[in-house]
Design a protein around this ligand. Structure first.
Ligand SMILES: [Zn+2]
Length: 64
Protein backbone atom coordinates (compact mmCIF):
# COMPACT_ATOMS: atom_id res chain seq x y z
CA UNK A 1 0.00 0.00 0.00
CA UNK A 2 1.47 3.33 -1.11
CA UNK A 3 1.29 5.93 1.73
CA UNK A 4 0.98 8.74 -0.82
CA UNK A 5 -1.62 7.61 -3.37
CA UNK A 6 -3.04 4.60 -1.47
CA UNK A 7 -2.68 2.27 -4.44
CA UNK A 8 -1.60 -1.28 -3.84
CA UNK A 9 1.93 -2.36 -4.63
CA UNK A 10 3.85 -5.57 -4.53
CA UNK A 11 5.29 -6.31 -1.12
CA UNK A 12 8.87 -5.07 -0.88
CA UNK A 13 8.48 -2.68 -3.83
CA UNK A 14 10.90 0.25 -3.61
CA UNK A 15 8.92 2.61 -5.84
CA UNK A 16 5.13 2.93 -6.19
CA UNK A 17 3.90 1.56 -9.51
CA UNK A 18 1.14 4.20 -9.62
CA UNK A 19 2.74 7.50 -8.51
CA UNK A 20 6.43 6.48 -8.81
CA UNK A 21 7.28 7.80 -5.36
CA UNK A 22 9.80 6.14 -3.11
CA UNK A 23 7.87 3.84 -0.80
CA UNK A 24 10.79 1.83 0.54
CA UNK A 25 10.81 4.10 3.61
CA UNK A 26 7.36 4.22 5.22
CA UNK A 27 5.91 7.61 6.15
CA UNK A 28 6.00 6.62 9.82
CA UNK A 29 9.77 6.22 9.60
CA UNK A 30 10.15 9.58 7.88
CA UNK A 31 8.15 11.20 10.68
CA UNK A 32 10.27 9.36 13.21
CA UNK A 33 13.43 10.63 11.53
CA UNK A 34 12.16 14.22 11.63
CA UNK A 35 11.41 13.75 15.31
CA UNK A 36 14.92 12.40 15.93
CA UNK A 37 16.49 15.31 14.05
CA UNK A 38 14.53 17.74 16.22
CA UNK A 39 15.63 15.91 19.37
CA UNK A 40 19.23 15.96 18.17
CA UNK A 41 19.06 19.76 17.80
CA UNK A 42 17.59 20.04 21.29
CA UNK A 43 20.38 17.88 22.71
CA UNK A 44 22.96 19.96 20.88
CA UNK A 45 21.62 23.13 22.53
CA UNK A 46 21.59 21.39 25.89
CA UNK A 47 25.18 20.24 25.42
CA UNK A 48 26.24 23.78 24.57
CA UNK A 49 24.61 25.10 27.73
CA UNK A 50 26.28 22.38 29.80
CA UNK A 51 29.67 23.23 28.31
CA UNK A 52 29.20 26.91 29.12
CA UNK A 53 28.29 25.95 32.67
CA UNK A 54 31.36 23.74 33.07
CA UNK A 55 33.54 26.49 31.63
CA UNK A 56 32.12 28.99 34.09
CA UNK A 57 32.79 26.61 36.98
CA UNK A 58 36.37 26.02 35.83
CA UNK A 59 37.00 29.77 35.56
CA UNK A 60 35.64 30.26 39.06
CA UNK A 61 37.98 27.56 40.38
CA UNK A 62 40.99 29.06 38.67
CA UNK A 63 40.38 32.49 40.16
CA UNK A 64 40.25 31.01 43.64
ZN1 LIG B 1 1.76 5.81 -4.96
Amino acid sequence: MCPYCRSGNQEGALVCASCARDIAVPATLIAERDDLLRKRDELRDELRRARDEVEAIMKRRKSR
